[in-house]
Design a protein around this ligand. Structure first.
Ligand code: 13P
Length: 249
């Protein structure tokens, strides 16, 4: 069975609650499609107004992060059940900005992935290499290590429902997109890695996105690749252009 595309915006630390509602209204008619799942991953404070603003549309809401504990003395954190109760369906886990700026390691990310799944959220698990790693020729070794570590203890059935986002760090926010061939090669490498850890059914089911300077001009070619099941879009998800990315065909 063909995998359904999933195109998600990652708003990062942009949009106040009122700007968020305005953006939802601007995008409302532009992101309508029957062919792909459309998700806005938004700052925690925007979740409640955005869930309200997209009610009755084809858009689902995601969080950009969460903590793995159920509740308690973790000042500043947000747990999975809070997200679920607020109407969130997806959660980005292990974005390179979280890994780099906030020192999130694979051991922590593995706990977050498991908790998100247990709570019924769909994790969008991010992975990707730095420019130095690509130049050293260790891209796939690095990504395989990330994927294997982040999925310890996760079952095949759980992985089938997950989303993995391949985001080369050097392509994020730089305007320097990976070539279609580079993106396809790594997304296929990730699928092969899932087949090794689990089985081919699981590998064929898991959805793998590309992220890193996706825009209205390059989306069609990227998303046409056999192992690229959509995109995780930063900057271009904050503009009307996101409608063109969603309707890339
Ligand atoms: P840009 O699309 O702005 O390069 O960001 C990609 C990204 O990090 C999405 O998570």
């Amino acid at each position: 069975m063909a995998r359904r595309k999933i195109i998600a915006g990652n708003w990062k630390m942009n949009m106040t609650p009122s700007q968020a509602v305005e953006l939802c209204n601007t995008l409302k008619d532009l992101v309508v499609t029957d062919e792909a799942d459309v998700v806005y991953c938004v700052p925690a404070i925007d979740i409640i107004p955005v869930v309200e603003a997209v009610k009755g549309t084809n858009v689902e809401v995601g969080a950009e992060n969460m903590y793995f504990e159920d509740k308690g003395a973790y000042t500043g954190e947000i747990c999975a059940s809070m997200l679920v109760d607020a109407g969130v369906k997806y959660v980005i886990i292990g974005h390179s900005e979280r890994r780099d700026y906030f020192r999130e390691c694979d051991c922590l990310l593995n706990k977050k992935v498991k908790k998100a799944l247990e709570a019924g959220l769909t994790p969008i698990l991010c992975c990707g290499e730095s420019l130095e790693q690509r130049e050293m020729g260790v891209t796939m070794d690095w990504i395989r290590l990330q994927i294997k570590s982040d999925l310890v203890g996760v079952t095949a059935d759980q992985v089938k429902g997950m989303v993995i986002a391949y985001e080369p760090i050097w392509a994020i926010g730089t305007g320097k997109t990976a070539t279609t061939q580079q993106a396809q090669e790594v997304c296929k490498g990730i699928r092969d890695c899932i087949a090794e850890i689990y089985d081919t059914d699981t590998a064929e089911a898991v959805r793998i996105q590309y992220g890193g300077s996706v825009n209205a001009g390059n989306a069609a070619e990227l998303f046409a690749q056999p192992d690229i099941d959509g995109g995780l879009v930063g900057g271009a998800s904050l503009k009307a252009d996101f409608g063109k990315i969603v309707n890339y065909k």
